[in-house]
Design a protein around this ligand. Structure first.
Ligand SMILES: Cc1ncc(COP(=O)(O)O)c(C=O)c1O
Length: 401
């Protein structure tokens, strides 16, 4: 998107504001499907936890995408957005058995990552086919919090427990129709991904009634110039070749599934914030903006480094700034960053603000959550209003004390 377009949206809707570029989302979806165009049956299940605005979900539905969900509420939102149950996979971790049954009753594909749950579910619902999430014991992912396929991770059933899975299947008469893995987000090296894929193929061989293999996600996107990104086209070539060979070996057509979040929406998102104060101290110049980790927690939580541009003064001379929020704790978005000269009232634009940004926002400090705008066909469409004081009071019960 153009700087001038973003600035105009900030003026129209105010700051802080999330803006998503529909064209970029469509482009990324197309890139992924093109990379695997030789696979007869490909399924992309958008990981809606990344960005779950109902209009974004509708955009994905229109493109033919399925949905990856992790809570019953996400399943319900997906259905509300018009996805049919067969287009939704439910991959929870640590949820109650009742929640799992609720999702199964809605007809979505269940993905189980725990032996005791598998046994319980297979005993009660032997006619409902389920997918198994395996833990391949591979260390992959950008940092500890987002590496989820290693031996100490709470996710998945260990590949060493496959004999136990097989015993449960035999004892209950249930059907395993899919094998799934997700090793982590921000995988730098596609060889690691392909190595984990071999483990999944090896596991899959042991199940006779599979319909799909789900390789999860973890594709890394660039945050700044020169950043490493997952080479989707190369992964497409290499994994397709291996998948087609496995399909032959397996003797039955299979669907190849992925469930990306970040790859599809990260770069489509812009977060716009206004500079409230410029504060010179003995060691730095702070640019204090009208937001905090209540609206964008990734820099503090995951150490993510979002490019920040001063869109009010894009041609200004660059100076060094520490960009901080307005909440009552240290909430540093960027340290000692070169940004075009900042004045109070300027609008700063955070890039890569599509994935895990609004969806991880909160009302901390009793602040309103920002508005969201979808930029489509050269126009901004408001897809979520900024919260109001009434939203802060909603659901609260005033005691007469
Ligand atoms: C099971 C599962 N699938 C898919 C995703 C999406 O990952 P990413 O946003 O890196 O594509 C996640 C992310 O947490 C996940 O836990």
């Amino acid at each position: 998107m153009q700087t001038t377009e973003l600035l105009a949206l900030a003026e129209t809707y105010g700051c802080p504001l999330y803006v998503y570029d529909a064209h970029k989302i469509e482009h990324q979806y197309q890139r992924l499907t093109n990379a695997f165009s030789k696979v007869e049956s490909l399924r992309i299940n958008y990981a809606m936890k990344a960005l779950s605005n109902i209009s974004i979900l509708k955009l994905f539905r229109k493109m033919g995408s399925g949905l990856d969900t992790v809570s019953i509420q996400e399943v319900q939102l997906g259905l509300h957005a018009g996805f049919t149950p067969d287009k939704i996979i439910f991959t929870p971790n640590g949820v109650s058995f009742e929640e799992l049954e609720q999702a199964a009753a809605l007809g979505v594909q269940i993905n189980i990552d725990n032996l005791s749950v598998l046994e319980h579910f297979g005993t009660k619902h032997p006619k409902t086919p389920v997918c198994i999430r395996i833990n391949p014991h591979v260390m992959a992912g950008g940092n500890e919090n987002i590496s989820v396929g290693h031996i100490d991770s709470k996710f998945g059933i260990s590949i060493y427990q496959v004999p136990h899975i097989l015993r449960i299947v035999e004892n209950t008469g249930m059907t395993i129709n899919g094998i799934h893995m997700h090793t982590g987000s921000d995988i730098l090296d596609i060889e690691v991904f392909l190595y984990a894929a071999e483990i999944l193929f090896d596991t899959a061989k042991q199940f006779n009634n599979l319909e799909f293999l789900d390789f999860g996600s973890g594709f890394k996107v660039p945050y700044k110039k020169g950043d490493i990104e997952t080479n989707i086209e190369e992964l497409g070539k290499k994994l397709t070749k291996r998948f087609l060979a496995f399909e032959k070996e397996y003797g039955k057509p299979l669907t190849l599934a992925f469930e990306p979040g970040k790859f599809l929406v990260s770069e489509a998102g812009y977060f716009l914030a206004k500079v409230n104060v410029v504060k010179q101290t003995t060691s730095t110049v702070f640019a204090g903006i009208d937001t905090g980790f209540n609206h964008l927690i990734r820099p503090m939580f995951y150490g993510s480094s979002h490019t920040i541009e001063n869109i009010s003064n894009p041609k200004g001379k660059e100076r060094f700034y520490t960009v901080v929020g307005y909440i009552c704790e240290t909430d540093t978005f960027a340290n000692n960053r070169r940004i075009a000269e900042i004045n109070e009232g300027d609008v700063l634009c955070f890039k890569n603000a599509g994935a895990y940004c609004f969806s991880m926002s909160s009302n901390y400090n009793s602040r309103f959550k920002p508005a969201e705008v979808l930029w489509k066909d050269g126009q901004g469409h408001l897809i979520r209003e900024r919260e109001t004081f009434e939203d802060l009071l909603q659901n609260q019960i005033l005691l007469d004390i």
